[in-house]
Design a protein around this ligand. Structure first.
Ligand code: ADP
Ligand code: MG
Ligand code: ZN
Length: 609
């Protein structure tokens, strides 16, 4: 009866892969292969592509989860050619829209977009009048969600719908629908009206990143019916992951070294936190003769467009950007992505690092981490999201998760990333992938031992039982912080400090406490549950198995020295915190002040979202 106050839990299991269901020959099959060869000049489908196309051509609602570069566009472009009427594609970025539209027109597929500001002499009224013809000549129409919701667009869509000319709605980058995703866009929320207004029209959602709760949220928000899900492994076998210790004084030099030694004349992206950081890093790189361009939302859009084009055309190799850059950027030969700062969530890291190596050739991800940045960004999140308590909690929780991801120096990076996307992964597949083995698998192989964490695990179970008895809202991260003794208690959780075990784990690295908790989840002693409708950013923890556990909790720990096969002076992240975190848990006042000012002046691109 401890958990009577737990809300009903719904995490539906309808997300299994439907590929097998659509592996058949259809009346359209010949035409499909024909168009693939003749229009696109592509020899054969990649896994699941044909089945996805079969499903949408059978008028099913589809949810497609496929890694970046997997070939999602083809899954709606081909059906659009084969279906009477117009396929409406909603895409978040105007740059992307015109790019795709140009490519398709070049292939002879009549395509239009309604982001006229992008193209000189683009005749929007011609497109609009085409759409009002009895038989619209356009097969694909690209729109941003903002435009879709505009009044005159609604009239045009209604007209098309009444004449039965809307083939399907395609929602690209569908994770933007969900507030719990890493890239929520308010205008995407309005897509929930599509089902209401156009109940007959099938909907297809595509994304490269969505956790189980984001998928649920998208499916519920868009009211998808009997949705067919298609998931391809999110593993990126050609990307090599490295987390490095960030020394703020030398980080740019370290980045320059990496580039000089490994990526001369290769294309890459460097992600920074603020616009100022972008400008500075780019300037410093230029001063050592690495030609780099800054890119952020503070620049007028023509300038940004120009920089992006120059980079796409390899006139500039290195772009130094805030997160304003990259969504949907389709450059196949990006050889490295460097994070000058910790990303805002594990999902964001997956997505951003995933922009490397889309061509399948070896590529690298480096992330420069230190705990000071965590506090800096945490402080920033608190400042900007103060008025939205749920989002605030979600964002801080995301940040804490990426923190323990970085501080973890032993578990396979791929395993950790994919666990975040609810995909199982066997670390053997990383270890045997010699070309792209991750930093932690190297550590694991070279110098690790098994350590007994049974007592700590028992402590943690006791803490969870006690705390959830009083209030069910505890996350794995919060429990870790209580045991570590660094939990900054909000009013309503003061009681945690009273617990005898508060701070008993202070000698254990936070990342290890979190690992122990994850192991308890794995062993089904503890579970994480999402309250309510599944539309929730945070999972809460509770003890699943009341009995004292009989098994030992053993986990590998890294013993050895740094292990990087990188420029030698770059040390791999070691498990020593730059310890003022505990002495001085709050951000220094001047930093807070500066952050406030940067927020105020709109210097931080995250503010815009
Ligand atoms: P994403 O899943 O990230 O949206 P895209 O649709 O942009 O990926 O496709 C990435 C690249 O893969 C494109 O250059 C596309 O032409 C190519 N591609 C897609 N399907 C195939 C295929 N079956 N065979 C070969 N290349 C393909
Ligand atoms: Mg795409
Ligand atoms: Zn690994």
């Amino acid at each position: 009866q401890f958990y009577n106050n737990f809300p009903k839990l719904v995490l539906n299991e309808t997300l299994k892969d439907c590929t097998a269901e659509f592996q058949k020959v259809y009346p359209h099959t010949d035409a499909l292969h024909d168009s693939l060869h003749t229009m696109f000049g592509i020899q054969s489908f990649r896994p699941s592509q044909e089945e996805i196309i079969n499903a949408t051509l059978s008028q099913e609602d589809c949810f497609v989860l496929m890694p970046t570069g997997g070939g999602k566009s083809l899954c709606y472009q081909l059906p659009a050619i084969l279906t009477p009427g117009v396929t409406i594609i909603i895409s978040p970025l105007r740059a992307l829209v015109s790019d795709q539209s140009d490519k398709l027109n070049a292939l002879g597929v009549p395509t239009a977009h309604l982001c006229p500001e992008l193209t000189k002499n683009y005749d929007e009224s011609l497109v609009l009048s085409n759409l009002q013809e009895k038989e619209p000549p356009i097969k694909l129409l690209y729109l941003t969600p903002e435009r879709l919701c505009s009044m005159n667009m609604k009239n045009i869509l209604n007209g098309l719908y009444q004449r039965g000319k809307i083939a399907r709605f395609v929602i690209d980058e569908a994770h933007c629908v969900s507030q719990w995703g890493h890239d929520f866009r308010p205008h995407y929320k309005q897509l929930s009206e599509l089902r209401n207004f156009y109940p007959e029209v099938p909907i297809m959602c595509l994304t490269a990143t969505a956790t189980k709760s984001v998928r649920n949220d998208v499916i519920l928000t868009l009211a998808l019916r009997n949705v067919k899900c298609f998931t391809r492994s999110g593993n990126r076998p050609n990307i090599k992951y490295h987390i490095l210790h960030k020394n703020p004084k030398t980080v740019v030099q370290d980045i320059a070294d990496i580039i000089y030694k490994n990526f001369q004349n290769k294309s890459g992206i460097i992600y920074c936190f603020s616009r100022n950081d972008c400008e500075q890093v780019a300037e410093q790189l230029n001063s050592v003769n690495l030609k780099a361009e800054a890119y952020h939302a503070g620049m007028v859009s023509s300038v940004r467009q120009k920089k992006q084009t120059e980079w796409m055309q390899n006139k500039v190799k290195i772009i130094v950007a805030t997160i304003a850059f990259g969504l949907g950027v389709d450059k196949p030969d990006v050889r490295f992505v460097i994070h000058h700062v910790i990303p805002s969530s594990v999902e964001a890291y997956y997505q951003e690092s995933g922009r490397a190596g889309r061509d399948g050739q070896p590529a690298y991800s480096f992330l420069f981490y230190n705990s000071y940045d965590v506090r800096r960004i945490g402080g920033f999140i608190k400042l900007t999201q103060m008025s939205r308590p749920t989002t605030l909690l979600g964002s801080l929780n995301n940040l804490a998760q990426v923190q323990v991801f970085c501080e973890n120096n032993i578990d396979c990076r791929r395993f950790l990333l994919l666990r975040h996307l609810d995909e199982p992964f066997d670390r053997k597949d990383c270890i045997n992938n010699h070309q792209a083995i991750c930093d932690n698998c190297l550590n694991y192989q070279r110098d690790s031992t098994m350590k007994d964490f049974t007592r700590e695990a028992q402590d943690l179970v006791k803490i969870i039982k006690y705390l959830t008895f009083i209030d069910y809202k505890w996350t794995l991260m919060e429990i870790s912080n209580v045991y570590k003794g660094v939990y900054k208690t909000p009013e309503d959780k003061q009681f945690s400090k009273a617990h005898a075990l508060y701070g008993q784990g202070k000698e254990i690295p936070l990342a290890d406490i979190y690992r122990i908790l994850q192991e308890l989840v794995q062993k089904e002693i503890v579970e994480e549950v999402a309250p309510g409708t599944g539309k929730f950013p945070i999972c809460y923890v509770r003890v699943k198995d009341e009995k004292p556990f009989g098994t030992k909790i053993m986990l590998p720990v890294y013993k050895g020295p740094s292990s990087l096969t990188l420029p030698s002076h770059l040390e791999c992240f070691e498990n020593k915190d730059d310890d003022d975190a505990e002495k001085n848990p709050e951000l220094p006042l001047n930093v807070t002040r500066r952050l406030k000012q940067e927020c105020h002046e709109g210097l931080l691109d995250v503010c815009q979202k």
